[in-house]
Design a protein around this ligand. Sequence first.
Ligand SMILES: [Zn+2]
Length: 168
Amino acid sequence: MIDPRKQADQHSEYQGPLQAAELSRLRDAVENIVDVQATVNFGRDHQHRMQIQGVADCNVSMICQRCLQPSNQEIKAEIDAILVFSEERAKALPQDLDAWVVGETANLHELIEDELLLALPIVAYHPIDDVRCKPPAIIETTDGSDLAPVESESPFALLRALKTEQEN
Ligand SMILES: [Zn+2]
């Protein structure tokens, strides 16, 4: 936990990795957290408001919705917010400023996690040129249920069918 007022007055800087264990909501939203790095600076803006600016990068694995295999996603979240002590103060800020409502103490990991969650893609895919990324061989039925893969009608299959017909 940090003291936002003190950090702002001291222009503190935080830099380094965040432990996946401390990011339970992000962990629930993705398959796997590979790495999270953040650099943030506290300070005061020209109106003496408490300010936090920085960037958070994370490398996570999410299920690709084309091939249903894990895909690597690099997420970057820009952090630029004014720290306020109440929802009222947050609403009173100009529209173009983001507010982070904090108490006398604040959980920096939680704030960074919020930004990363917002930056996650809603649906993840492999890059379009990834040759391993192919839709699984299933046929969607009209009622939405999945059928097992069907054998494609090869000439040999047809031949086999003909042969059995003749034999009978
Ligand atoms: Zn894929």
